[in-house]
Design a protein around this ligand. Structure first.
Ligand code: UTP
Length: 230
């Protein structure tokens, strides 16, 4: 049985549009796939995290405190996904990767949010994948792959179909950590992938048939980050 870690952005899970439809269909899909695959889902904070982080920053909170608010938002979103999994997953999001690994012995699907300040749920997903020796990590985002620049801002951004771990790290490097949205994948996540060499598949998480194909290890539309360039 393949082990798959899925990092689902909050902006994919609850963008504020067709949230109920998407969550119930995603719940059905993961439930169905959990009979053939060991699944771990790490859920991001999306709009809720951004709202609290921006407001808190303007009020003078420090970056660690803002990160902690972000983590709480990720756990709130994790509970929504848990609600859609009709008892197949743990009831409460674990607070550490170690706890998630342990829950994996008792539940078909494990759902968690963030852990500690200083990274995003992408970093958590990469560390969890290392701990459970995952076959692949799927980054279910609001864009359909990794682009040369932000496709929401630049019309001439081009999708990269295949990328090496080092290439990803190069794209993710930022000078300093700040609470709030990151770009492609966070630096901790990219560094962990360089070390573990677990393939990362980046795709649009709202396209459920495509997400299902990636979970099954079949051909999908998006970017593959692996040891090999195309
Ligand atoms: P997200 O994982 O949703 O980050 O966590 P993001 O960058 O907004 O979304 P993606 O990864 O690009 O999809 C929301 C915020 O919560 C804090 C960070 O401030 C992050 O920006 N956080 C989250 C942590 O400090 N630690 C964690 O383990 C997770």
């Amino acid at each position: 049985m393949d082990t798959v870690v899925i990092s689902i952005g909050g902006s994919v899970l609850v963008p504020g549009e067709k949230d109920f439809e998407y969550l119930s269909e995603l719940g059905r899909l993961l439930t169905e796939l959990s009979s053939q695959h060991k699944l771990y889902a790490v859920v991001g904070g999306g709009r809720t995290a951004r709202f609290y982080i921006e407001l808190g920053r303007n009020l003078g909170a420090d970056e660690i405190y803002l990160d902690e608010m972000g983590v709480q938002a990720t756990r709130l979103n994790a509970r929504l996904l848990i609600s859609a999994l009709s008892g197949r997953a743990n009831e409460y999001p674990p607070e550490t990767v170690e706890e998630a690994v342990e829950l994996g012995n008792r539940h078909e699907i494990v759902v968690m949010g963030g852990t500690t300040p200083g990274h995003t749920t992408d970093g958590v997903a990469a560390l969890l994948a290392e701990s459970v020796k995952a076959d692949r990590i799927i980054n279910a985002t609001s864009v359909d792959g990794v682009y040369t620049k932000d496709p929401k801002k630049y019309e001439d951004a081009e999708r990269i179909d295949a990328l090496t771990f080092e290439g990803l790290l190069e794209l993710c490097r930022t000078s300093s950590w700040k609470a709030g949205p990151s770009n492609v994948f966070d630096p901790l996540g990219a560094e962990t992938l360089v070390r573990t060499k677990i393939p990362l598949l980046v795709l649009n998480g709202r396209d459920l048939p495509n997400l299902a194909a990636a979970i099954r290890g079949e051909q999908f539309s998006g970017t593959v980050v692996s040891g090999e360039e195309e």
